[in-house]
Design a protein around this ligand. Structure first.
Ligand code: GDP
Ligand code: MG
Length: 162
C-alpha cells in the first residue's frame, strides 16, 4: 500500500492548488471562494519514482458549526489515515487563532507534520515564512503552489519523512 500524505489547512490557503502542482495536472478544484473542497479527495501521486497517495481536504472554520464541523471532522479523519501531514498556511497571513484547535489536533496525532508556507511567490516574501518556526512544527517550507517555487524541495523532504 502506498504511503498517505494528507494536506490540511484553512480555506483558501492553496491546498488544492498544491495538489494540482504535485500531480502536475489540474485535477483538484481550485476556487477563489473559500470552502469549495468539502470532502476528502484522494489522488495517486509520484515523486522521483516513489508512489504515494495524496489526500486533499476541505478547510475548517474556527467557529465550526454545521458544514464546517463536518469538514473539520474530515480533516481529523484524513490525519488519522495519513502517514504524514502537510499543514498549509498562507505565508502573508500566517497561522491565525483559527488554526489553534487544528494545530492541537495535529500535535495530539503524533503524525509527522510538515509546515508549508504557501503563496511565497518571490524571494521578498520568504521572510514571512520564517516567523512560522515559532509554531513548533520545525522548519517551514516556503512554496508557491501557483508558480511551483520551492515545491521540489518540499517534496524531497516529504520523501524523507514518508
Ligand atoms: P484551498 O481552499 O486551500 O484548496 O485553496 P485553493 O487551492 O482553492 O486556492 C485558493 C486561492 O488561492 C485561489 O485563488 C488560488 O489561485 C490562490 N493561490 C493558491 N496558491 C497560491 C500561490 O502560491 N500564490 C498565490 N499568489 N495565490 C495562490
Ligand atoms: Mg480546496
Amino acid at each position: 500500500l502506498d504511503p498517505v500524505l494528507a494536506i490540511i489547512g484553512r480555506p483558501n490557503v492553496g491546498k488544492s492548488t498544491l495538489v494540482n502542482r504535485i500531480l502536475g495536472r489540474r485535477e483538484a478544484v481550485v476556487e477563489d471562494t473559500p470552502g469549495v473542497t468539502r470532502d476528502r479527495v484522494m489522488y495517486s501521486a509520484n515523486w522521483n519514482g516513489r508512489n504515494f497517495t495524496l489526500v486533499d481536504t476541505g478547510g475548517w472554520e474556527h467557529d465550526a458549526r454545521g458544514i464546517h464541523a463536518r469538514v473539520a471532522e474530515q480533516a481529523e479523519m484524513a490525519v488519522e489515515l495519513a502517514d504524514a501531514v502537510l499543514f498549509v498556511v498562507d505565508s502573508a497571513v500566517g497561522a491565525t487563532a483559527t488554526d489553534e484547535a487544528v494545530m492541537k489536533m495535529l500535535r495530539r496525532s503524533k503524525k509527522p507534520v510538515i509546515l508549508v508556507a504557501n503563496k511565497v511567490d518571490d524571494f521578498a516574501q520568504e521572510a514571512d515564512s520564517a516567523v512560522l518556526w515559532g509554531l513548533g512544527f520545525g522548519e517551514p517550507y516556503p512554496v508557491s503552489a501557483l508558480h511551483g517555487r520551492g515545491v521540489a524541495d518540499l517534496l524531497d523532504h516529504v520523501m524523507d519523512v514518508l
